[in-house]
Every structure is written in structure tokens, then in C-alpha cells.
Design a protein around this ligand. Structure first.
Ligand SMILES: Nc1ncnc2c1ncn2[C@@H]1O[C@H](COP(=O)(O)OP(=O)(O)OP(=O)(O)O)[C@@H](O)[C@H]1O
Length: 524
């Protein structure tokens, strides 16, 4: 049974008799009696007037068809759920009496009151209850050996995610963006801070590169700081929809998403890559985990994160020789010619031999090819039996079978696009300009640009409630119904970093290479 990560308690509506919870989507009779909407992973709760799509239908002229949405992101088994609300209405949603910024997400905390109001008062209000509420690990900052306050930033113990090199925590800063806030003693706008323990005297390359970048699809960094314990702090936007891995891992293995949805994601990644490559920056670690979503739904804004092993090339240094990346997404030329012994023992810092010509920014295009392949088919193309040896060997061969059923419904231009990115011969592989001009993207370019300008760029990051506004209208009818939007399927809880090697489907064991077992933490 899918775990309940939080819930919404219906407090009051203007017309109580019309409130109803449907016995759907994991909502039990007890929930109905107690007027509670459970929040689970991979399910977006919708509040609004549309009685086909909204879980809580509020039949009131002030309420938009879909007024606000609520979802929960769970990084992995050990982490705390992060529940967010986003207002998508014309007339606004309030949190604890303050209006939410439209299209920006707000990180809910236990007992927050969500309300939709009109001139005559509250149309409907709900209380968010953090069902997993445990005592915060107050020792976390001590364990990480970091201070709670860093130059005006307050670091919380809420973990957003963990990686090989860094811990990402929620933080806040009362001095930026919060000047209009009346209440001074709570952290209101949420940001994220990545804390990396550096070796003494090690250069802080990630921060240096990120501070030079300014693109809507690249993580925005506000401030960096190195403390006396060699902890590097990178203060950045908190991206609220989780990463692409979690989005695709709706069940025990990755699932494909529709071609149009993939196209919109690829387009945004390419805009970011074109920007980076033009400035001589190579990401070198593009993978599902480093692509963050503004909200876990189609047509969302994409943000590239984790520039931990990015490289800045210059006019004199145009190629790279260090073996880095994550095997599953790593271009064949990056490390596979390296001395295997050295490569295995000295992992991250192995270098290609002097005779090798190194590699260029096209390694990012290979990774994008792997990502696109996974989005279109649900299959990691070079996964093999999951061992590093098998991944490397199959990437070097570069053979992909496009005749399997997973490709059946995919357009030939999409296949061509992937083929051009997954070219073992670097000279044959597309660069970011060629990729963006490929027919798969080019024929849809006008529509993509329109969606990008009108919808994607409007999506904010995490927000803070702003000034109050007034609504007008009549009585509310609040009815809870089944989510028929079908965008986020009901699914089993998945633990992102522990996907099984095999799963049983229709009593037959699926072949290993049809699954994407999570190995990308095996960074080299
Ligand atoms: N700004 C952010 N907003 C929301 N989530 C984030 C943010 N930055 C990172 N994360 C989450 O935290 C995870 C780890 O962060 P990050 O990839 O930067 O760390 P890392 O140590 O460099 O990881 P890796 O092992 O992939 O190199 C990411 O996969 C992502 O899910």
C-alpha cells in the first residue's frame, strides 16, 4: 500500500452539505468520515471547480477550474517528505492568511492553513498535517560540522537530497525577497543550500562556474561561502518538483513518458546546454538525478543542477582528459580509453593518456541521448547487466535495437534524434546547435517557444505568501472527487536508490537490461 506522506483536513466550507470525499485513489471510508485527503507520492491533489479533475471540488465562481495543486516529493527512503502547494488560480490561495505568489511553489509545514476566500469570508479551508512529523534531527548540522547561520542565511535540518559529494538542505534568508514580510521570526521563502566538504586548499570550481551563469533552465545561485572547516555552501533556489529520476520511477522501474512531454524536457535541456557550451562550460554529469522539475507534472519547467564536475574550457584549453561522470550516461570517449587499473582505483581523477586527444563538450550530448532514450522507452540503453564493465562495453559498441516494441509508437524523427546523439564516433555526434535544429525539434519549434514563453517561464521556484487580496462570490460547494486528470498515476512507493535488479511482471521475470537499476551513484 502506498504510504501516506501527509494529509489535508477539510476544516470549513461555506456549504458543508455539498462536501463529499470520493472513495477513490486510496481514499478510505475512514478518510471520508474524517474528511481527510491523504497525500501520497506520485499523486497530485487538485482543488478547484472542475468536477472531473479536482479531488476537492469547490463550486464557487471565485474558484478557478483548478485553483491550486498539492504534491509531495520524497528523495529516498531515509528522507523526510517535502509537500508543496502551488497556486494556479485567478483569485489566489492563502496560506495562514497570506496570499501565495501565483505559479510559485510553497513548502508546506505542519498545521499550515490553506484557504480560498471571497469578500464574504472563507469559501473553503484545509489544514495540512505532516503525518510523518518526527522531531527534526537537531544534531544534523552538528554532524555535518556546520553552523546554523551563515552570513544572513539560516540553514534548517530539512534534507532536500543527498549526493556523492554534497548534502542539500532547506534554508532561508530574511534579507532577500522577504522585505515585505511582516512576520520576522519564521523562515518564509525557502531556498536550498548544497554543503560540500572540500579538501583543504581545494578550489571551489562548482561555485565559481555557477556564479557566472544566468539562464532560466540552470540552477540559480545566490551566494557561496567557505567556512573555516572547509565546508563550501552554495545557496540556491529550492526546486520543488523533485528530480527526473523520481518522476519516471513511478513504480519499481522507470516508465516512459509521452513523446510530446519528452520533447518539451529535451528542448529545455538543449536551451541550457547551448547556453553552457557557448560559454565554454561543459556539465559532464547530465543524468536524470540532476534534472529538476518545478512540479511533478507535464509541461513543467526544467532546471539543470549539480555542476560539481562541470568544466570551464578556454581558448587554449579546449579539450578535457579527466575521467569523470556516471557510467550509465558517460560518453565512450570520456574514460574508456583510460588505463583501467588506474581508472578503477583512482576513480574520479583518472586521466586519459597523453596520446589520447581527450574529449569535448559533445559528452553532454551523449548523456542527453541516454536521457531521451530513457524518457521515450523507459529503458536505459547501455545498462546491460548493470555492472560497470557491461555498461562501458555496451556504450562502446553503441548498438541500440530500435525494433523492440518500446520504440513502436515513437516517431521516426525522435528515433533519428536519439541516434544522432548516441553516435560513438564523436565527429558524427550532434553538438547542441545541430541537436536544436534537428527536425524533431525544429518542426515544433514555434509551439515549443510559445509554451516556453507563456507557460514554462512563468513558473517560479519556491515562494513566500505575499500581500492580501480580495475575492467576491457566493456560497462554496466543496466536493471531493476522484482525480481523473490521470497525469500522475497511482503507483507503488518506489525507493529511488534501491530499485530491484529484477521485477516480476505477469509472472515472467523481465530481462535485466529492460530495467534501469539505479547505479548512478557509482560515480567515476
Ligand atoms: N536546488 C535544489 N532544489 C531541489 N532539489 C535539489 C537541489 N539541488 C539538489 N537537489 C536534490 O539533491 C540531490 C543531490 O544533489 P546534487 O546532485 O547537487 O549532489 P551531488 O553530491 O553533487 O550528487 P551526485 O552524487 O549526483 O554528484 C539531487 O539529485 C536532487 O534530487
Amino acid at each position: 500500500m502506498t504510504k501516506i506522506l501527509g494529509c489535508l483536513e477539510l476544516l470549513e466550507t461555506q456549504s458543508l452539505e455539498l462536501s463529499r470525499l470520493n472513495d477513490v485513489d486510496g481514499i478510505t471510508e475512514d478518510d471520508i468520515l474524517s474528511r481527510i485527503i491523504p497525500i501520497k507520492s506520485h499523486r497530485i491533489i487538485k482543488l478547484g471547480r472542475n468536477n472531473k479533475e479536482a479531488h476537492l471540488v469547490i463550486d464557487h465562481p471565485v474558484v478557478s477550474a483548478i485553483h491550486c495543486i498539492i504534491w509531495c516529493v520524497l528523495f529516498d527512503e531515509e528522507s523526510f517528505p517535502m509537500c508543496y502547494i502551488k497556486d494556479v488560480s485567478l483569485n489566489g490561495t492563502k496560506i495562514n492568511g497570506e496570499v501565495l505568489l501565483k505559479d510559485a511553489s510553497y513548502l508546506l509545514k505542519d498545521k499550515d492553513i490553506i484557504s480560498i476566500e471571497c469578500d464574504s469570508g472563507i469559501i473553503c479551508s484545509l489544514k495540512f498535517v505532516d503525518t510523518i512529523a518526527r522531531k527534526p534531527n537537531t544534531d544534523l548540522l552538528k554532524q555535518l560540522n556546520v553552523e546554523r547561520y551563515v552570513d544572513g542565511w539560516e540553514i534548517s535540518t530539512r534534507v532536500v537530497g543527498n549526493g556523492t559529494f554534497g548534502h542539500v538542505l532547506v534554508c532561508g534568508n530574511k534579507n532577500i525577497d522577504n522585505k515585505s514580510q511582516k512576520n520576522d521570526d519564521t523562515l518564509q521563502k525557502n531556498y536550498a543550500v548544497k554543503i560540500i566538504k572540500l579538501k583543504p586548499n581545494k578550489l571551489n570550481k562548482e561555485a565559481k562556474i555557477l556564479l557566472q551563469l544566468n539562464h532560466p533552465n540552470i540552477i540559480k545561485v545566490y551566494y557561496t561561502h567557505m567556512d573555516l572547516n572547509n565546508n563550501l555552501f552554495i545557496f540556491q533556489d529550492l526546486i520543488s518538483g523533485g528530480d527526473l529520476f523520481s518522476y519516471l520511477a513511478k513504480t519499481d522501474c522507470l516508465t516512459a513518458i509521452p513523446e510530446t512531454e519528452s520533447l518539451l524536457i529535451v528542448y529545455q535541456i538543449l536551451l541550457a546546454l547551448r547556453y553552457l557550451h557557448k560559454r565554454g562550460v561543459v556539465h559532464r554529469d547530465l543524468k536524470l538525478d540532476n534534472i529538476l522539475l518545478a512540479s511533478p507534472e507535464p509541461c513543467t519547467k526544467i532546471t539543470l543542477a549539480d555542476f560539481g564536475i562541470a568544466k570551464h574550457l578556454t581558448s587554449t584549453k579546449t579539450r578535457m582528459h579527466t575521467v569523470v561522470g556516471t557510467p550509465e550516461y558517460c560518453a565512450p570517449e570520456v574514460g574508456f580509453k583510460a588505463n583501467r587499473e588506474m581508472y578503477q582505483t583512482f576513480s574520479r581523477a583518472a586521466t586519459l593518456s597523453d596520446r589520447d586527444i581527450g574529449y569535448s563538450n559533445k559528452c553532454d550530448l551523449w548523456s542527453l541521448g541516454v536521457i531521451t532514450h530513457i524518457m521515450l522507452t523507459g529503458i536505459s540503453p547501455f545498462y546491460g547487466d548493470g555492472t560497470e564493465k557491461s555498461i562501458i562495453e555496451s556504450a562502446m559498441r553503441g548498438n541500440i535495437n530500435y525494433n523492440i516494441r518500446h520504440w513502436e509508437k515513437i516517431s521516426s524523427t525522435a528515433k533519428e534524434f536519439v541516434k544522432n546523439l548516441l553516435q560513438v564516433d564523436v565527429r558524427e555526434r550532434f553538438d547542441s546547435n545541430q541537436a536544436i535544429n534537428h527536425p524533431w525539434i525544429k518542426v515544433h519549434r514555434n509551439q515549443l517557444d510559445q509554451i516556453y514563453q507563456k507557460k514554462i517561464l512563468q513558473q517560479g521556484t519556491t515562494s513566500t505568501p505575499i500581500t492580501s487580496l480580495s475575492n467576491s462570490g457566493n456560497l462554496a460547494k466543496a466536493i471531493l472527487v476522484q482525480d481523473t486528470g490521470n497525469l500522475i498515476e497511482k503507483s507503488k512507493m518506489n525507493w529511488k536508490r534501491k530499485l530491484p535488479k529484477t521485477i516480476v511482471v505477469s509472472n515472467k521475470k523481465m530481462k535485466l537490461n529492460t530495467l534501469h537499476k539505479y547505479t548512478s551513484k557509482q560515480k567515476i
